[in-house]
Design a protein around this ligand. Structure first.
Ligand SMILES: [Zn+2]
Length: 488
């Protein structure tokens, strides 16, 4: 039966049990007596009047975030049908604005049979053609709303720092930025984070530095501990030394960087005793990395599915399952012919961003593949993603026309040769190259063994070669891909 909440202590209470069990697991793994555990303090609201210590009165900005958070706290327990009905109401607003203000949308939507005021449920919505990334790149500013009302605040330009070098230019508004921050707060609450802890971020687009708080999302809302940041281009050994010196409670980074850190920490036996959880984003999170994190540092990993142009897409609940943030994104999964897919079937992810009226993204194909899952035990009505599979360029294609997302867990190949880092690249329909950063030159028998194992795990009975390289650079967006296809 769905839980009904609406009161802060219920939300916070759910969070504590989450963090408590997380600590319990961490301490169990280290044989620490749980009776010594100190319960984390509640996130306290930032007040603007010093004489109101209890109850604090937030600033206008803080109140705005908290009011939205209060609504999200309720909406997460709506039934799928209720959520869908609310989405359609907002969709109607979005589509109406797109038709009125943006000529290319008027034409595109009109051609699909959409008329102002016509209910957008069912067939009519799915008749709107899917908007691909190349189309967005090509249309550019023609997709921008130059007549947006002042209520949405400032309009801000951005562009994705893609792996492929072809950015998508997009617009944000003060409203979409507010949504980004508030959904981030929701994720903190879902994960029951102890906001008084130190947050360390290792990512791109940051300067090495420190601040008194966790940053924009919690600002004016919750008191937090300090935040420290390090650019992801620093060498992994430097990163690990930095983490030891900073002794954070939380780490934020990409899954591939976490994996490199964990391998080094395991090899050097470097614990992080104060750590409570790692948060990852920006890449697929392999289950092996989650397991490795438990083994090496004794803590769990919470993953976030997001994109620069769309915002937050899905978060993990306390059951570890991904819930679509349906109050801001209407997410569809369709097959190659455009038909909706049932739970369990992997297909193209198509997203409509419900609150970006500056640059409406209606049925936007983000380039990822995923599958819906069945309802979650947590009771939330927000749709579940069972699997986030990756992008088209992460698919291996075979000469017979079939394709799949390859999986090559380290335990299958790591013992064969001293490989520090590996990337598998499909360079032709019948050719795969294993780019390997190695500790010393590989022997012919090691190369043979690698080729045999990879032929098996990739299901690729064609030419596999090994290229020993000094370094595998990260692309401009710092996202590392284990497997890349160059077939286009
Ligand atoms: Zn759940």
């Amino acid at each position: 039966m769905p839980r009904v909440t609406g009161e802060w202590h219920v939300v916070f209470g759910a969070g504590y049990s989450g963090i408590s069990s997380m600590r319990h697991r961490q301490q169990q793994s280290r044989g620490i007596d749980r009776s010594l555990e100190k319960k984390p303090s509640a996130p306290t609201i930032c007040g603007r009047i010093s004489s109101c210590d209890w109850l604090p009165i937030p600033t206008d900005a803080g109140a705005q975030s908290l009011a939205l958070l209060f609504q999200l706290d309720r909406s997460q327990w709506l039934s799928p049908e209720e959520l869908r009905a609310a989405q359609v109401r907002q969709l109607q607003v979005l589509v109406g604005e797109a038709m009125r203000a943006i000529p290319v949308w008027k034409e595109r939507l009109g051609a699909a049979g959409v008329r102002e005021g016509l209910p957008l449920e069912g067939d009519l919505f799915t008749r709107i053609p899917v908007l691909t990334r190349p189309t967005v790149q090509q249309m550019g500013e023609a997709l921008w709303n130059h007549r947006l009302g002042a209520a949405h605040g400032g309009v801000h330009r951005g562009q994705t720092s893609g792996s492929t070098g072809m950015p998508v230019r997009y617009l944000q508004t003060d409203v979409t930025r507010l949504f980004w921050r508030v959904f981030t707060l929701r994720e903190h609450l879902w994960q029951g984070r102890d906001c008084s802890g130190k947050l360390s971020a290792i990512r791109s687009n940051v300067e090495n530095g420190r601040s008194a708080t966790w940053g924009a999302a919690t600002e004016h809302v919750f008191h937090t501990g300090p935040g420290v940041s390090l650019n992801i281009r620093e060498d992994v050994a430097v990163q690990l030394d930095w983490l030891v010196a900073e002794a954070p409670q939380y780490i934020l980074t990409h899954p591939s960087n976490l994996r490199s850190l964990l391998r080094l920490a395991a090899a050097r036996d470097v614990p992080l005793p104060g750590l409570l959880q790692v948060r990852t984003f920006g890449e697929m999170l392999p289950v092996e990395t989650v397991d490795l994190c438990r083994q090496v540092w004794g803590v769990g990993v919470a993953d976030v599915y997001s994109s620069e142009e769309v915002g937050n897409i899905a978060f993990q609940c306390e059951e570890g399952r991904y819930h679509v943030q349906a109050e801001n994104v209407l997410l569809e999964i369709i097959d190659s012919a455009g038909n909706p897919l049932p739970p369990g079937r992997v297909g193209r992810v198509v997203i409509t961003v419900l609150h970006n009226l500056a640059m409406p993204l209606i049925r936007y194909e983000i380039g990822d593949y995923a599958a819906f899952g069945e309802a979650c035990l947590c009771g939330r009505g927000l749709p579940v993603l069972e699997r986030i599979a990756g992008r088209q360029r992460n698919m291996l294609r075979l000469p017979d026309g079939t394709e799949h997302w390859p999986s090559f867990p380290e335990d299958r190949w790591a013992g064969i040769a001293p490989i520090r880092q590996l990337q598998v690249v499909q360079t032709a329909i019948d050719r795969v190259v294993l780019r390997a950063v190695v500790g010393r030159p590989l022997t012919p028998s090691e190369v043979d063994a690698l080729r045999r194992i990879f032929a098996e795990v990739l299901c690729f009975p064609h030419e596999i070669t090994v290229a020993e390289v000094d370094h595998i650079p990260r692309p401009p967006n710092a996202k590392f891909e284990d497997f890349v296809s160059e077939l286009g």
